[in-house]
Write a protein that binds this ligand. Structure first.
Ligand code: SF4
Length: 268
C-alpha cells in the first residue's frame, strides 16, 4: 500500500519562513489550506518537483488541524531552546529571572525555561499553548495603537473570519446570552476590566490574555425586535505581536476555557 502523508508531514516540508509568496500569510496557514484542498502544494515556489510528486494525491485528511496542534506545540517548545529568553522578555512584556521568562496570561503568571518547560497554575491545552509559544517566539514588541478593530478588519482576518465567527463568537454569544453575569465574573477573575461602554454596548470588558494582546469584549443585550450581539475587538497593531492564526487559536482556546468553567460551575 502506498504511504499517505499527514498534515505534519506537509508542514515539515515547508521552509517556515512565512514569506507570503503563496498569497497566504504563513506556512502553517498554507499547509492547512493544502490539507483542506483549497491550495496546491506547488503554489509554494520553494517546494521541489520531487516533493510535489511525492505528496500529490496522498494527503491523509483524517487528521485535523486540531489533532496536529499538539505536535506543533512540541516543535515550538524545541524552538524555544534556541532563543535568548532574556531578550525575548523585553519584547513580550515579561520578566527574566533565574533562567526563566515569565509573562502574565490573563493576569496569571506563566514561566518557561530554556528547555521549553512550562510552569503555571493555569490549565494548559494546545489551543492556548500554541498561541503563547508563538507569541514568545515571534512577538516584535510593537507598541499598542489604542485603536480597536474587529477581527475581520485585521490584515489577515478576512480568511479566518468565517472560522472565527463560528468557533469563537457564536459560542461566546451563547454563553453571554445564558450566563451573562457568570461570564462577567469569570473574566473579572482573569483580571478583565470593565471600561466605558464601547459603541453603546451593555458590557465592555478588556482582558489581557497576553501582555501585548488586549482583547475588548462588547456585548449588546437583546432588545425588543433586536437580537443580542457580541463582538471581540483587537488593537490594530496586534498582528505585529501575534500572527493571525495564533490569534484565532488564542480566541478559540479562551472560549473553550470559559465554556468549561461555566459548565463546571453550573454543575456544582
Ligand atoms: S510561499 Fe507560502 S508556504 Fe512557501 S515559504 Fe512562503 S509562506 Fe511558506
Amino acid at each position: 500500500m502506498s504511504k499517505t502523508y499527514t498534515f505534519m508531514d506537509l508542514f515539515n516540508v515547508l521552509p517556515k519562513t512565512n514569506c507570503g509568496r503563496c498569497n497566504v500569510l504563513t506556512c502553517l496557514a498554507f499547509s492547512l489550506l493544502v490539507f483542506k484542498g483549497e491550495k496546491r502544494l506547488k503554489e509554494c515556489p520553494f517546494i521541489s518537483q520531487d516533493i510535489i510528486e511525492r505528496f500529490e494525491g496522498k494527503i491523509d485528511t483524517n487528521k485535523t488541524f486540531e489533532q496536529n496542534l499538539s505536535k506543533i506545540v512540541e516543535q515550538f517548545k524545541a524552538k524555544i531552546c534556541n532563543i535568548d529568553l532574556s531578550m525575548a522578555a523585553e519584547k513580550v512584556g515579561g520578566d527574566y529571572e533565574d533562567g526563566k521568562l515569565t509573562i502574565r496570561v490573563l493576569g496569571k503568571p506563566l514561566s518557561i525555561d530554556s528547555q521549553g518547560r512550562i510552569f503555571t497554575d493555569i490549565h494548559m491545552h494546545p489551543w492556548v499553548l500554541y498561541p503563547i509559544l508563538s507569541y514568545i517566539l515571534n512577538c516584535k514588541g510593537a507598541p499598542l495603537s489604542g485603536i480597536w478593530v474587529p477581527f475581520r478588519e485585521l490584515k489577515g482576518g478576512k480568511k479566518w473570519n468565517p472560522l472565527f465567527e463560528q468557533r469563537c463568537l457564536k459560542p461566546l454569544k451563547n454563553l453571554a446570552d445564558i450566563h451573562t453575569d457568570l461570564l462577567k465574573d469569570i473574566i473579572d477573575i482573569f483580571s478583565g476590566q470593565e471600561i466605558e461602554s464601547y459603541h453603546n454596548s451593555d458590557i465592555s470588558l478588556v482582558m489581557y490574555p497576553l501582555p501585548k494582546i488586549p482583547i475588548l469584549l462588547s456585548y449588546w443585550k437583546a432588545e425588543e425586535g433586536q437580537q443580542s450581539h457580541i463582538n471581540l475587538f483587537f488593537d490594530s497593531n496586534v498582528e505585529e505581536n501575534l500572527n493571525i492564526e495564533a490569534l484565532y487559536a488564542l480566541c478559540n482556546g479562551l472560549v473553550m476555557m470559559f465554556e468549561k468553567i461555566v459548565q463546571r460551575i453550573v454543575l456544582l
